[in-house]
Design a protein around this ligand. Structure first.
Ligand SMILES: Nc1nc2c(ncn2[C@@H]2O[C@H](COP(=O)(O)OP(=O)(O)OP(=O)(O)O)[C@@H](O)[C@H]2O)c(=O)[nH]1
Ligand SMILES: [Mg+2]
Length: 454
């Protein structure tokens, strides 16, 4: 079996992680103590990917819950869901990282404890295929401690695929002014040490809730409902028998055309309200159109004409459709737009008979330049603060070169997306060398910074 270990970090990571495990419990028919209840062979076939069997026959999540702040960890341990987790998998410090990357980044003791907890989980695996991190980049623990973990995970598990589910901040959802610093400072490690990055922009999630679902006062819990729908949808490829992208490595092979541009966007349909009831029933053709509509995606992208789509997986977690319906739909509804990479759109149907009608959804998992606008908005917010060096002194362990390295990393990612869009729109051939290795680029660029007067 090819196992995956989940690592949920910080407040957002743990809130979303709990929702994720709740979804898995339902989808694999486990009760709140991790016992199988009326589950079918189909639900059990790949159960070992995310769960291991304990000596008393119940199932335990392959997961580590870590936060520098003890409060939420204590709350989880009082909840029913805690029965799904092994006691050794809870790791917490004494106080939060105060929304400061540099405070999260120096939590060395917490890092050692977390690595030990992961090692214990890895011992339960025959053939670990990958690790997945869930975290937000706006807070101190998710950004700083998450970066520290990434650096170490690569050393300890060099053969495993590492994926990140990251929440990018949006000023309307939180009002911590230094969030752009935390986010941008997380990017060098995220960029160079993570194989896949699933990005979620809180602003886009907010818009989906307000404009499509009609919830005028969305809470973080509501935002997390959409993230949960996305993560359980993506991981369904790895948790159920499936022909395409059936493990993390194959998924990365199919979706990541350029290792430097490994940000993934997700579109969902139908979008559900708080009780997971879609606003209206949708036909297959309507679902397909909704998936193509950028308003249904978890990242902002207004300039659709420019957009380049490298590859996409359309995942249908619905039962009342046949495989040929999907193939016909694909032929007829056109997806007549020329494919940028031949055969790069793949239709995947996963049977989910045990899910109720409302839990059956479809998603489009897409790599391409649709995340560029979201990344640009993070860079703009960073620049607004950084041009005045505002609040830089709070980051006492981080020197100016690290701020610059982070800023340049993000600028290079955006410029690579721009380059590809430009090639596509002007029918130019892509020069692979142009998709730079950011670190090499940074080393070259940094020579010219020595003359800058901070
Ligand atoms: N979607 C979503 N975003 C969240 C949630 N909780 C916090 N955020 C966002 O995440 C950022 C703050 O990160 P947190 O996860 O609270 O911080 P942390 O990682 O625990 O770090 P510290 O508290 O600073 O130690 C802000 O941008 C929030 O808007 C959540 O449950 N869902
Ligand atoms: Mg916190």
């Amino acid at each position: 079996m090819r196992e995956i270990i989940n690592i949920q970090i910080g407040n957002a990571g743990n809130q979303i992680g709990l929702d994720f495990w709740e979804a898995l419990k339902i989808e694999h028919s486990l009760d709140c103590y991790g016992n199988l209840s009326h589950s079918t062979d189909y639900q059990q076939e790949k159960l070992d990917v995310y769960f291991f069997e304990t000596i008393n026959g119940s199932y335990c999540a392959r997961s580590i819950q870590v936060d520098s702040d003890p409060d939420f960890m204590n709350q989880i341990q009082l909840s029913q869901t805690q029965n799904l987790f092994d006691q050794s998998s809870f790791v917490n410090g004494d106080s939060c990282s105060g929304n400061n990357f540099s405070k999260g980044y120096v939590q060395l003791e917490l890092k050692d404890q977390a690595l030990e907890a992961i090692r214990l989980q890895a011992e339960q695996c025959d053939n670990l295929q990958g690790l997945q991190l869930i975290r937000s980049l706006g807070g101190g623990t998710g950004s700083g401690f998450g970066s520290l973990m990434l650096q170490n995970l690569n050393d300890f598990y060099p053969k495993s695929i590492i994926s990140n589910f990251c929440i990018f901040p949006y000023p309307g959802v939180n009002d911590i002014i230094v969030e752009p610093y935390n986010t941008v400072l997380s990017l060098p490690t995220l960029h160079s040490l993570s194989d896949i990055c699933f990005s979620f922009h809180n602003g886009a999630l907010y818009n989906i809730l307000m404009k499509i679902i009609g919830n005028n006062t969305p809470s973080l819990k509501d935002l997390n409902g959409i993230v949960k729908q996305s993560i359980s949808g993506v991981t369904a490829l790895w948790r159920f028998p499936c022909q395409i992208s059936s493990d993390m490595r194959k998924f990365a092979m199919n979706l990541i055309s350029f290792p430097n541009l490994n940000y993934i966007n997700i579109g969902l349909a139908p979008l559900c309200n708080k009780s997971y009831i879609p606003k209206k029933e949708m036909s297959l053709s309507e679902i397909f159109k909704a998936l193509e509509n950028n308003r249904n995606s978890v990242n902002h992208c207004r300039n659709i004409e420019q957009l380049v789509e490298f590859s996409s997986n359309y995942v249908f977690r619905k039962n009342n459709i046949q495989e040929e319906d999907i193939t016909n739909l694909y032929r007829n509804e056109g997806y007549n737009q020329p494919l940028w990479i031949p055969d790069s759109k793949q239709m995947i149907q996963i049977s989910q008979r045990y899910l109720n009608q409302h839990q059956q959804t479809a998603l489009k998992i897409q790599s391409g330049s649709s995340v560029k606008e979201m990344l640009q908005s993070q860079l703009d917010s960073f620049n607004c603060l950084y041009k005045r060096k505002a609040f830089v002194s709070l980051y006492d362990n981080i020197d100016q070169m690290e701020f610059l390295e982070a800023k340049i990393t993000l600028e290079n990612i955006i410029s690579d997306y721009n380059y590809i869009e430009n090639c596509k729109n002007n029918f130019k051939v892509i020069d692979e060398n142009h998709i730079q290795n950011n670190l090499t680029q940074f080393q070259q660029d940094s020579n010219s910074f020595t003359s800058i007067n901070f």
